[in-house]
Ligand binder design. Structure first.
Ligand SMILES: Cc1ncc(COP(=O)(O)O)c(C=O)c1O
Length: 374
């Protein structure tokens, strides 16, 4: 028998939902709508699909290990030097590489409670001590995070907007925070939802900062509609990016992801449609949630966090929606046991979801005798 290291034994495996077809068969329902993973309901960027088709015949070739063409394209688009950019199979992979490259066993990680689960999992995978500072009214408490810095703190992780709360911090708040953090502590600013957030007044664009201790992450998984291809980007000072190249797998992102990303990053028409659809779906949702007296956190991203009175209520709500074909995300594992995340959908998906929620929620209020929906 092989002894499994304690910190690996204690890791909880990623709890993937059942494939949609399997769920439909099991529950005996025809229609299923998934609004659980903050994906783009419009599908992939059409320009990316075209390019993928053109490159299928090249799949017998290894990729360029530093994704040369893609990195050049990103550098041009964001006015950065190629040496300030590294790409990988999703920003989740980059989180792992950042911990590998920049921390030792004794170093500590610092972040918020109720933030992106991928960060927690990667820190646990490496057995790093990790402090999670409580949220303040579903926002990061940047002052408290800064107050929790100690001699061993090596990396601070912040997502803006945050997943799963959807809340953002402003440029003024971020600038103040940066001033408080010693320069030998690495700050990882994860901007997975920046396309949705960038029009909010005061939203800071991480790429406008050139701090020596800051890495900014972007992903093509959300607004660009390429979650299944896996493409994440890290921007940072050259002396840090160089180290990430040493620990990253050499041939990622895969060849199709690289080509698709070059096309998708230029597909402004698709991004425009995506933003419009997101706005109209979220507006429709908010109206219905207000009518039903469902408490939802104001969002700067492409999803809402619905907050319920108890964990039991939340589990029931999730299950009842699932039984009717609506897949949502219970965010207990993110540190918020009494909340559900729902992302924006097409008109049809939004109506489908809101019909189900209108049926389920009042019944559960009745059943749990928590508060009146009137
Ligand atoms: C804040 C945040 N960062 C990173 C990711 C992961 O993105 P990717 O698909 O690029 O690994 C997600 C996905 O949910 C996210 O919400």
């Amino acid at each position: 028998m092989i002894t499994i290291p304690k910190h690996i034994r204690e890791l909880k495996p990623y709890k993937a939902g059942k494939p949609i077809e399997e769920l439909a068969r099991e529950k005996g329902i025809k229609k299923i709508v998934k609004l659980a993973s903050n994906e783009n309901p419009l599908g992939p960027s059409p320009k990316a699909i075209e390019v993928i088709k053109e490159h299928l015949a090249d799949l017998h070739r290894y990729t360029n290990p530093s994704a040369y063409k893609l990195v050049q394209a990103i550098a041009r688009k964001y006015k950065k030097q190629p040496g300030q950019i590294v790409t990988a199979s999703g920003s989740d992979a980059l989180l792992q590489y950042i911990i590998t490259a920049f921390s030792d066993e004794d170093d500590e990680m610092l972040t918020s409670q109720g933030t992106f689960i991928g960060w927690y999992v990667n820190a646990d995978k490496y057995s790093r001590k990790s402090t999670h500072v409580p949220l303040k009214n579903f926002h990061y408490d940047l002052d408290a995070i800064a107050d929790n810095v100690n001699q061993k703190t090596k990396i601070i992780y912040l997502a803006n907007p945050n997943n799963p709360t959807g809340t953002m911090f402003t440029k003024t708040e971020f600038d103040l925070f940066l001033k408080k953090i010693p320069e030998d502590i690495l700050i990882v600013l994860d901007e997975a939802y920046t396309v949705y957030a960038e029009d909010n007044p005061g939203y800071p664009n991480g790429l406008e900062y050139n701090n020596e201790n800051l890495i900014v992450l972007r992903t093509l998984s959300k607004a660009y509609g390429l979650a299944g291809l896996r493409l994440g980007i890290a921007f940072g000072p050259e002396y840090l990016i160089k180290e990430i190249y040493k620990v990253k797998l050499p041939f990622e992102p895969n060849a199709l992801a690289q080509e698709a990303a070059i096309a998708a990053l230029e597909d402004d028409e698709f991004l425009d449609r995506t933003k419009k659809m997101n706005k109209s779906s979220l507006q429709k949702m908010k109206k219905k949630f207000d009518e039903l007296y469902i408490s939802c956190v104001p969002t700067a991203a492409n999803f809402y966090l619905l907050v319920f009175p108890t964990e039991e209520f939340t589990v029931d709500f999730n299950e009842e929606c699932l039984n009717r074909g609506l897949i949502l995300r219970h965010v207990k594992s993110f540190g918020i046991p009494n909340a559900i995340r729902i992302n924006s959908g097409t008109d049809e998906e939004t109506d489908f979801a809101l019909n189900i929620i209108s049926e389920v929620y009042p019944r559960l209020v009745e059943k749990h005798k928590v508060y009146s929906a009137q």
